[in-house]
Design a protein around this ligand. Structure first.
Ligand code: 2P0
Length: 326
């Protein structure tokens, strides 16, 4: 009862920002992402009858506390769903997602954990069921089951049965790339989970955020189908700015940006003024990710590396779906 799965992280072009049900992790809006090749988690799950509790190693180090609790909580859901209530697991994960890059390692982490667990139990599930299960570990993880461009349908049912990801276009549809500008480390003060809750509960701008989503989704899907980079990039950038605007309207107000974040945003705008199509997006932290096309890779990387305060620039292509090693 052992299996290994590898899942890639993803970057949201239309952001998931807010839950309608925190326990079931049901979002208030559809989101759309690009799975990234460069960042992944590989996880082996071994259900063993001799264990009295789950054990979890991340990069060869035993994990306790909140991160362990999230894993066992998720494994409880898996055991419940597949009828193995007393069978505990030895979980070994290797993360090739540099945490400093500001990519959510929870996305690849829970996608790999869910996939390996289900496979280890010998369960035969379709991808939409796997995505639905993965969502319970971390919302954005449900998109990492698939490669390329992926939409997470928020669904409308209270039990969450219609809230899962669907593939829009595979990675080989279009060679869009992402550069992650890694800024000098600053402590993350508001987690994405806490930040989205505060925003939903208190932000005067939250309804405005929701109102913009349907048009953004329709337009970006048309842009992806047509491989229209300026359309896709400008929609993603505007959607990111609107997500971050909601945090300024929250009570108490907060922002994930620092001055270096704004410096990178300005550099991306300057690249555009020089005729290089590049667009930024930012998640629940200060680091900036830049979308660009392959022919502009050297110019984009150079412009980012020139900035003082940028510690590293990590480049990635579109990535594929979950894969299994055995
Ligand atoms: C996203 N983010 O769509 C958005 C954009 C951050 C900003 O999904 O509470 O770790 O586990 O469902 O998925 C980060 O939130 O939150 C996230 P939970 P998650 O990628």
């Amino acid at each position: 009862m052992k299996a290994t799965a590898k899942a890639h992280t993803n970057i949201a072009l239309i952001k998931y920002w807010g839950k309608r049900n925190e326990q079931l992790i049901l979002p208030t809006n559809n989101s759309l992402s690009l799975t990234l090749d460069g960042f992944y988690t590989e996880t082996t799950v071994h259900f063993r009858s001799d264990l009295a509790q789950d054990i979890f190693y991340l990069n060869d180090t035993v994990v306790t506390g909140e991160a362990y609790n999230r894993v066992t909580h998720f494994l409880n859901l898996v055991r419940e769903q597949f009828g193995h209530k007393k069978l505990y697991a030895d979980v070994r994960s290797v993360n090739a997602v540099p945490t400093a890059a500001g990519f959510a390692s929870s996305a690849s982490g829970f996608a790999a954990l869910a996939s390996a667990s289900v496979k280890a139990l010998g369960a035969d599930v379709e991808n939409d069921e796997l995505s639905r299960l993965t969502r319970r570990g971390s919302g954005s993880a449900c998109r990492s089951i698939y490669g390329g461009f992926v939409e997470w349908e928020k669904g409308t049912k209270e039990d969450g049965s219609d809230s899962f990801a669907v593939p829009i276009a595979p990675a080989d549809h279009w060679d869009v790339r992402v550069a992650a500008a890694v800024l000098n480390p600053t402590e993350k003060k508001v987690s994405s989970r806490a930040g989205m809750k505060r925003t939903v509960d208190t932000s005067l701008f939250y309804q405005g955020w929701l109102d913009g989503i349907p048009q953004d989704l329709a337009d970006i899907k048309a842009g992806i189908a047509d491989r229209d980079f300026e359309k896709v990039g400008s929609i993603a950038e505007a959607n990111c700015l609107r997500m971050h605007a909601t945090t300024l309207g929250a009570n108490p107000p907060f922002t994930y940006w620092n001055y270096l974040t704004m410096q990178v945003m300005e550099t991306v705008r300057e690249l555009r003024e020089q005729g290089i199509p590049a667009y930024f997006t930012i998640d629940a932290g200060p680091n900036v990710k830049v979308l660009y096309l392959p022919e502009n890779e050297a110019r984009v990387e150079h412009a980012l590396r020139e900035l003082s305060g940028v510690n590293d620039v990590i480049l990635s292509r579109a990535g594929g779906p979950v894969t299994y090693q055995n």
